[in-house]
Design a binder for this molecule. Structure first.
Ligand code: ASP
Length: 447
C-alpha cells in the first residue's frame, strides 16, 4: 500500500489537479490512500478571516470568504463537465461555505475560541478533498472520500493536537482498509482530526505530511510519497545559496533534525510514525516528476560523517543573554533560544560545548545555523575546521545532545556570508572530491 500526500501548491488550480490526477492514475493497481492539503493558500486565507473577525473587521472576513468560494467553484467548473457530478460536488461545496458563514457568525458572537478556530481552519481540506474526489470520479478513477476527523483521533490540544496512534489504528482498519481492499482509492484530508468528543482538531500547520505518516503507520503501508513543489531536500536553501544539490538519501533522524531546525520541506513530526515501521518517505516534485527527489529511510543511517544539509533560523533573539543559564547543573549546557517572531522557542542542550555566550547587548539579533549529518559531531576534522569560524565570525559553535547536529550562532547580519562559506567548504568541496571517486559520492549522498 502507498500513502500519497499532495501539498497545497501541488493541487492548486486546474493544472495542479490535473497533475495530481495523472500521478494517481500512474499508481493505479496498488492500494492507494491519498492525503490532501487545502488548495494553495486557503488555510492562510481562513486564518486571516478568523483574525479579521476577532478584530471586528467582519466585512473583510466575509469578502475573503467570497473569494475562497469563487475560487473553488471556478475550479469545479473548469474541471468537471459531467452535469450530475458537477451538481453533486457544487452542492457539497456550497454547503461547506454556508457552514463557514455560520461559524463566522458564532465567532462574532462568542469571540476567540480554540474550538472554532480549529473548525474554521479545517475547511480548506474539506473543500479540496471534495473536489479531488469528484474530479477522480469524473475521470472514472474509483475512489471514496473518507472524513479524516473520523479516523485521526487526537488529544484536546485543538490547534496542535497529538494523535492517539492506537485509536487511529483501529479506526483506519475499520474505515479506510475496507475501501482500499475493495479496490477503490481512499481520499482523506490531511491536517485535521477530532478529539474524543468529536470536536475538530488540527495537527499544526503543514500537518498533512504528519497525517500521511500516521495513516501509513496505522495501515502498515509500504511507502509514503510527499508530493510537493520542490525537487526534494536540498543541501541548503536555494534562495540564499547557489549550487545547492538534492540530498538523495537521509535517515529519519537527519530529516527530523532538519525539519526541527528550520528546513521547510516537511512537518517535523512526520518522521516519527514512519520510522517506527521503517516505512520509506519519498519527497517528490509534482511539477517535475522525472526528478527522483529525496528518500528518507533507515538506509540513510550509515555513519557517513558527512554534513548533508545546512539550514538556519534567520532571527533568533537572545532576550536575556546575560542571564542564560549555560550550565544547568546536570552537566549540560542549556541555552534557550526564542525565534524572532516570539512564536515558539527552540531549546538547545549542549553536551560538552565549552562555549560562553557573553555579551552586554540584550537585543542583538542572531541567526542560528544548523549543520546536519549522521554523527557529524564525532568527526574531529569538522570540529577542527569550525574553529576558524569562531575566530573569523565570532561564531558560537554549539554541540547539542544529538550527535547528528551542530549549531552555529552568529550575528544575523553575516548569516548569508557564513552560510555560503559553510556550504562551499563542507558540502560543495566534499561533493566535488566525491565526484572524482564516484562510489564515495554515492556513499555520502545516496546512502
Ligand atoms: N493546510 C494546512 C496548512 O496550510 C496543512 C497542510 O497544508 O499541510 O498548514
Amino acid at each position: 500500500m502507498k500513502v500519497m500526500k499532495f501539498g497545497g501548491s501541488s493541487i492548486a488550480g486546474v493544472d495542479g489537479m490535473n497533475r495530481t490526477a495523472e500521478i494517481i492514475r500512474s499508481a493505479l493497481g496498488e492500494k492507494l490512500v491519498i492525503v490532501i492539503s487545502a488548495s494553495g493558500k486557503t488555510t492562510r486565507h481562513l486564518l486571516k478571516c478568523y483574525d479579521d473577525l476577532l478584530n471586528k473587521k467582519s466585512n473583510n472576513a466575509f469578502s475573503r470568504l467570497n473569494n475562497i468560494e469563487e475560487e473553488h467553484i471556478m475550479l469545479i467548473s473548469n474541471l468537471i463537465y459531467d452535469i450530475c457530478i458537477f451538481y453533486n460536488v457544487s452542492t457539497r461545496v456550497n454547503q461547506l461555505i454556508k457552514d463557514i458563514r455560520s461559524d463566522f457568525e458564532k465567532i462574532i458572537e462568542d469571540g476567540d475560541s480554540r474550538l472554532l478556530k480549529a473548525k474554521i481552519l479545517s475547511y480548506g481540506e474539506l473543500l479540496s478533498s471534495e473536489i479531488l474526489s469528484a474530479y477522480l470520479s469524473y475521470l472514472n478513477i474509483g475512489n471514496k472520500l473518507v472524513d479524516a476527523r473520523n479516523v485521526i483521533i487526537t488529544n484536546e490540544n485543538h490547534l496542535n493536537a497529538a494523535p492517539d496512534l492506537e485509536a487511529i489504528r483501529s479506526k483506519a482498519e475499520s474505515i479506510i482498509k475496507p475501501v482500499v481492499d475493495s479496490g477503490a482509492i481512499a481520499i482523506a484530508q490531511g491536517f485535521i482530526g477530532s478529539d474524543k468528543n468529536g470536536n475538530t482538531t488540527l495537527l499544526g500547520f503543514e500537518g498533512s505530511d504528519y497525517t500521511a505518516s500516521i495513516l501509513a503507520n496505522a495501515l502498515d503501508a509500504n511507502e509514503i510519497y510527499i508530493w510537493t513543489d520542490v525537487d526534494g531536500v536540498l543541501t541548503a536553501d536555494p534562495k540564499f545559496i547557489d549550487d545547492t544539490v538534492i540530498v538523495e538519501n537521509l535517515s529519519y533522524d537527519e530529516a527530523s533534525e532538519l525539519a526541527f531546525s528550520g528546513a521547510k520541506v516537511l512537518h517535523p513530526l512526520t518522521m516519527q510514525p514512519a520510522s517506527i515501521k521503517n516505512i520509506p518517505i519519498f519527497i517528490r516534485n509534482s511539477k517535475n516528476i522525472s526528478c527522483k527527489g529525496t528518500c528518507i529511510n533507515r538506509k540513510g543511517d550509515i555513519e557517513s560523517y558527512a554534513i548533508k544539509s545546512i539550514t538556519f533560523k534567520d532571527s533568533v533573539d537572545l532576550h536575556e543573554i546575560k542571564n542564560f543559564n549555560l550550565y544547568n547543573g546536570n552537566g549540560k549546557n542549556n541555552l534557550e533560544l526564542y525565534n524572532g517572531n516570539g512564536n515558539g522557542s527552540s531549546s538547545i542542550h549542549s553536551n560538552g560545548g565549552s562555549e560562553k555566550v557573553s555579551s552586554d547587548n540584550h537585543f542583538i539579533q542572531y541567526s542560528l545555523i544548523t549543520l546536519v549529518g549522521k554523527y557529524i559531531q564525532k568527526d574531529p576534522k569538522i570540529r577542527k575546521d569550525l574553529i576558524a569560524y569562531k575566530k573569523k565570525y565570532n561564531a558560537k559553535i554549539i554541540y547539542p545532545d544529538s550527535l547528528n547536529r551542530i549549531n552555529i550562532l552568529i550575528d544575523k547580519s553575516i548569516c548569508c556570508e557564513v552560510l555560503t562559506r559553510l556550504h562551499e567548504e563542507f558540502i560543495k568541496k566534499v561533493i566535488s572530491i566525491s565526484r572524482n571517486k564516484k562510489s564515495d559520492y554515492k556513499r555520502v549522498f545516496a546512502g
